[in-house]
Write a protein that binds this ligand. Structure first.
Ligand SMILES: Cc1cc2nc3c(=O)[nH]c(=O)nc-3n(C[C@H](O)[C@H](O)[C@H](O)COP(=O)(O)OP(=O)(O)OC[C@H]3O[C@@H](n4cnc5c(N)ncnc54)[C@H](O)[C@@H]3O)c2cc1C
Length: 311
């Protein structure tokens, strides 16, 4: 089997297919460390993902897998307590809370209308992508650099081809529903924070503070159809200012860098499906369009790909 793409979606698929006994190889235009996946914040949270039973199932499976990985010390994976500050009163539990064992609604902090608390997996993508790659090496799965122009080009290479090319799938699968959503984050030194804080409804833009082992991810932006990934000092300063206002301990924390990536979004949600119109003689399985939730859905989608591959 051939997996095209070595972001978090492609690598997790390759791991699960190889664990299921398939002979697998991966081709990728970019090193895993150069993918959008490397930029992800990357906490378990189905950011701006529409409620859908399939998505909830993928998210739940991924939650359980990442929680198990955190428990056995997989590099970069921990469980992170989170506070979500709400600007509007919400009495119902969000649809995704069914996947989160300790989700609770608590009295709001001053100035807010509501608050949720929950503990979710949080992943540092640099060591995690490296770990996924090593796991593949252990399973005998080669990862090779190759940029394809069409999926037809690789049709002769394997009877099953998994298309995990993220944003590029829009062109490769001729799918007009795929579109970019630019995200910008700033990374600063960690002054000793351990709880994630989110104020997604901030009028100046989504605001979040995600501590990691040595640094803190400050966010962010969510900009559909914006494709310029050059750094923007003004936006970075505004992100830092919003986050410092939210968490004053961040004031003066040295800025370590700013990152920009294009989330591979798709109208209608991720496409995880067999494509009957794939090139002759191969079973083409798509797995792309995860938007701002690729880390949150990866392991559940990989399980579905294994089922589709063996059907
Ligand atoms: C700022 C920011 C913050 C985010 N935070 C979170 C978060 O907190 N939680 C979360 O779940 N998600 C988050 N995301 C979203 C997450 O990063 C994506 O959903 C995820 O990385 C998508 O993974 P992917 O493997 O589909 O795509 P990618 O990581 O883009 O990988 C695509 C792969 O396909 C390959 N490819 C592309 N074209 C070709 C070609 N022609 N030939 C061969 N190979 C090709 C690429 O080289 C690459 O290997 C965030 C994203 C951004 C930008």
């Amino acid at each position: 089997m051939l997996v095209v793409g070595a972001g978090v979606v492609g690598l997790t698929c390759a791991v699960r297919l190889a664990e299921a006994g398939a002979r697998v190889r991966v081709i990728t235009a970019d090193e895993p460390a150069e993918t959008v996946s490397r930029i992800a914040a990357a906490v378990w949270y189905p950011t701006r993902t529409d409620p859908d039973p399939r998505v909830l199932d993928w998210a739940g499976q991924t939650f359980d897998e990442l929680a198990a990985q955190a428990a056995r010390g997989v590099p970069g994976v921990v469980m992170r307590p989170t506070r979500m500050l709400l600007r509007a009163e919400v009495s119902d539990h969000p649809w995704w809370s069914a996947a989160v064992p300790d989700f609770q609604i608590v009295p709001p902090a001053p100035g807010y209308a509501g608050e949720w608390r929950f503990t979710v997996p949080s992943v540092e993508m640099a060591p995690y992508l490296e770990w996924l790659r090593e796991r593949l090496a252990g399973l005998g799965v080669p990862v090779r650099r190759q940029r394809i122009r069409t999926l037809r080009e690789v049709a002769g290479l394997a009877p099953v081809v998994v298309n995990a090319t993220g944003l590029a799938a829009g062109r490769l699968a001729d799918d007009p529903a795929v579109y970019p959503v630019r995200g910008r984050i700033v990374v600063v030194a960690n002054p000793g924070l351990s709880t994630s804080l989110r104020d997604e409804g901030h009028p100046a833009g989504p605001t979040y503070v995600h501590p990691r082992s040595r640094d803190v991810v400050l966010g962010g932006t969510f900009e559909p159809y914006e494709t310029d990934t050059a750094p923007d000092e003004e936006v970075a300063r505004a992100i830092v200012a919003r986050c410092v206002a939210l968490v004053p301990e961040l004031a003066g924390a040295p800025v370590l860098g700013q990152l920009t990536g294009l989330r591979p979004a798709r109208h209608g949600g991720p496409r995880v499906a067999l494509d009957p119109s794939g090139p002759d003689g191969i079973r083409l399985i798509h797995n792309y369009g995860h938007g701002g939730a690729g880390v949150t859905l990866a392991w559940g989608c990989a399980a579905e790909v294994v089922a589709l591959a063996s059907r």
